[in-house]
Design a protein around this ligand. Structure first.
Ligand code: UDP
Ligand code: MG
Length: 324
């Protein structure tokens, strides 16, 4: 992931789409209408995340109508994070804006977001669905999710998972989004060193066509992902610092206790006092366990180091078609 040093366009709009054929024509037309009022050069990248509906054919038709459109089509459904990551890699704009395909995010917000990046110096601006049009079964857990993420990450955003976001091109070229991590892009960006993270209240609409692609399980997986992000960002490069540290601690405690037990026995022997066999004391077994766990952790650290140094790229998404 090397940053593209000279973007060839002003703006890239990335739209991950999974079975959104009903919404896409309207969305592309709307974006085009909004951008017609500005002099920016732009591209619209639709990443078709293995849709089973008419999206594929539709993209061919739309391409003829809208030259700035580019489409990348996955062979199967890999998930929103994969779609975003692929869009990020393909983007050629100095500013990158992502938005959902389902017409819930409002294209009218694009110009203001663009300016916050170019004129106000933000690395990343996240939308905040201030007045949200989703069922309570979604908005309520989402409040909790945002509070926890805010706490753990120290980033004061209200709406981490908003699909509408704007980035300076360097940001998207230097982060990697996989699994279900699209919910934590601001956290990933912060860990990568991009500190100027802003927020903009954005208009939100109810879903008109199709249905949501995410169920309630998103919150459990989402939380596990947050834990791995915290872990990975701290120790990805040096697993040994985590496992080795704990291993040394555990090993040392065990070794000290063992030495104490042996030393005490020798001392008691020398002074003709009563003593218990080392192996007759529970403490000895605790010490032994501690030594073994310590050695195991240490080995885990070594293995982690080896994996980190040989791991291939995680995202090998099969691209079925590129429409340019
Ligand atoms: N999406 C995707 N791949 C998936 C699931 C969703 O590309 O596996 C896209 C989807 O088409 C939409 C965006 O991600 O453009 C957000 O999805 P959705 O509207 O279902 O999420 P919600 O608004 O309910 O949080
Ligand atoms: Mg939606």
């Amino acid at each position: 992931m090397n940053p593209t040093p000279d973007p060839t366009l002003d703006l890239s709009i990335i739209i991950p789409a999974y079975n959104e054929a009903e919404s896409l024509p309207e969305l592309i037309a709307w974006i085009t209408r909004v951008l017609a009022g500005h002099a920016w050069t732009y591209e619209i990248i639709v990443v078709d995340d293995g849709s089973e509906d008419q999206t594929g054919q539709l993209l061919h038709t739309l391409k003829k109508q809208y030259p700035p459109l580019r489409a990348i089509r996955f062979l199967r459904n890999y998930g929103k994070s994969a779609a975003l990551q692929t869009g990020f890699e393909a983007a050629r704009g100095a500013v990158v804006i992502t938005m959902d395909a389902d017409l819930q995010d409002d294209p009218e917000e694009i110009p203001a977001l663009y300016r916050m990046i170019t004129e106000e110096g933000y690395d990343l601006v996240s939308g905040w669905k201030y007045k949200r049009y989703d069922p309570w079964s979604k908005t309520l857990p989402s409040k909790l999710f945002n509070a926890v993420t805010r706490r753990l990450s120290g980033i004061p955003l209200h709406d981490f998972n908003c699909g509408l976001k704007a980035y300076r091109c360097e940001v998207v070229k230097s982060i990697e989004v996989y699994g279900e991590m699209h919910r934590y892009i601001p956290v990933i960006a912060k860990w990568a060193g991009f500190k100027r993270i802003g927020e903009k209240k954005v208009k939100h609409h109810p879903r008109r066509y199709g249905k949501t692609k995410f169920g309630i399980e998103r919150f459990l997986f989402g939380f596990l992902d947050l834990l791995s992000i915290q872990f990975v960002s701290r120790f990805r490069k040096r697993p040994m610092h985590f496992f080795g540290g704990l291993g040394v601690l555990s090993f040392t405690i065990g070794a000290l206790i063992t030495l104490w037990l042996i030393g005490y026995k020798l001392w008691a022997l020398a002074h003709g006092l009563h003593y218990r066999e080392v192996t007759a004391q529970p403490l000895f077994y605790l010490a032994l366990t501690s030594i073994i766990i310590g050695a195991q952790l240490f080995l885990t650290g070594f293995l982690g180091e080896m994996i980190v140094n040989t791991a291939p790229k995680r995202h090998d998404y099969v691209i079925a078609e590129v429409i340019e």
